[in-house]
Design a protein around this ligand. Structure first.
Ligand code: NAP
Ligand code: ZN
Length: 349
């Protein structure tokens, strides 16, 4: 019999969160049941609940930054055992057989990856995410959280951590590289910590200098305000790599001017409007504009191990279930340092 778990759910567009009893499927042979302790609030949850990316299937429980403890395993599970510290990120299934899955890029599964919420599973059921006290998922999508990272500080790594780690690694944010991180929110603050740990010289570009002291404590060499027009003159031609984590539109060409020749601007932020880029701003200087979607499961485990090795966790504010609606407004207003994580034990209390 399927079990139920207390969860936070939005019943219909424009409505606030309420506590419900959410059904989770019976354990399949390769499934793991997790007692969720903490769930991070990603800006993607907000874009989805507010239908900024198109229509959302309601009722919906979002959440793809999940950390907890294994409470039950299916008969064929080999990777995890009861009591293990584990996490789930943005995906819960993929075909496992196509070229992309075999290469560990499950997010680009040819059959279509199943995302942790608002996605149709291969069984036809709509997935429901991690703002809940329990979840059931295939062991292939369950990550081990190394000792040394607290569960609450680990939860945001499952999305924000991998989303910054994967492009920083792919685009060479290593020793000697000059890297700019644009926007220091949930993704950005982890991008700074990770790029600095990879050995890059990191500059943060924010809307104000309010976060300068934090940026420097995370390993940034510099933190500048994009509201100051002199910033763009001062930094022209400086960076090998720009990682754009901003959730809103940006004047892309102003940022492309900050790249060295052969430099790349990689976008992970997902505002709903198209970019505006004149071809000449790429052609003059052999510049690249790229995107990056989360990261595969092997890379996610590698990122967690890297973070443990370098003492990196998210900087968090812990909240109760009753504070989530308010927290959404605060994230949009930039009023969070730097990720809200929900104490799931407070759901339904
Ligand atoms: P967040 O915590 O809200 O951080 C976004 C940051 O962008 C803010 O802290 C702010 O930094 C800056 N910003 C916000 N509004 C701005 C504006 N109007 N103009 C300029 N800068 C602005 O969001 P997040 O959770 O890090 O997510 C960021 C984006 O990445 C979202 O669009 C999200 O959907 C997307 N995302 C993508 C992936 C992927 O796989 N590609 C994965 C997860 C999330 P400052 O205060 O420093 O200026
Ligand atoms: Zn996310």
């Amino acid at each position: 019999m399927p079990t139920t778990t207390p969860a936070l759910s939005v019943p219909a567009a424009g409505q606030p969160f309420g506590a419900i009893e959410l059904e989770r499927r019976d354990l399949r042979d390769d499934d793991v049941r997790i007692d969720i302790k903490w769930a991070g609030i990603c800006h993607s949850d907000i874009h989805t609940i507010r239908e900024e990316w198109g229509q959302t299937p309601f009722p919906l429980t979002p959440g793809h930054e999940i950390a907890g403890i294994v409470t039950e395993v299916g008969s064929a599970v080999t990777r995890h055992k009861v009591g293990d510290r584990v996490g789930i990120g943005c995906m819960v299934d993929s075909c496992g057989e196509c070229e992309q899955c075999k290469n560990g890029n499950e997010q680009y599964c040819e059959k279509g990856a199943v995302f942790t919420y608002a996605s149709e599973g291969y069984d036809g059921e709509l997935t429901q995410g991690g703002y809940a006290q329990a979840i059931v998922a295939s062991e292939r999508f369950v990550l081990s959280i190394p000792e040394g990272i607290e569960l609450d500080e680990a939860a945001p790594l499952l999305c924000a951590g991998i989303t910054t780690y994967a492009p920083l690694k792919r685009w060479g944010a290593d020793k000697g590289a000059k890297v700019a991180v644009v926007g220091m929110g949930g993704l950005g603050h982890l991008g700074v910590k990770i790029a600095a740990a990879m050995g890059a010289e990191v500059t943060v570009l924010s809307r104000s200098t309010d976060k300068s002291a934090d940026a420097k404590s995370y390993g940034a060499a510099d933190h500048l305000s994009t509201k100051d027009a002199k910033t763009f003159d001062k930094l022209a031609g400086t960076f090998d790599l720009i990682l754009n984590t901003v959730s809103a539109d940006l004047p892309m060409e102003d940022y492309l001017r900050l790249l060295k020749p052969f430099g790349a601007m990689v976008n992970v932020g997902l505002p709903s409007k198209p970019y505006s880029i004149a071809p000449g701003s790429l052609v003059h200087g052999d510049k690249a504009v790229a995107g990056s979607l989360i990261g595969g499961i092997p890379a996610t485990q590698e990122m967690l191990n890297f973070c443990a090795e370098h003492g990196i966790g998210a900087t968090i504010e812990r909240i109760d279930a009753g504070q989530v609606d308010d927290a959404y407004d605060k994230v949009v207003a930039g009023d969070v340092r730097y990720r809200y994580v929900i104490d799931t034990a407070t759901i339904g209390k």
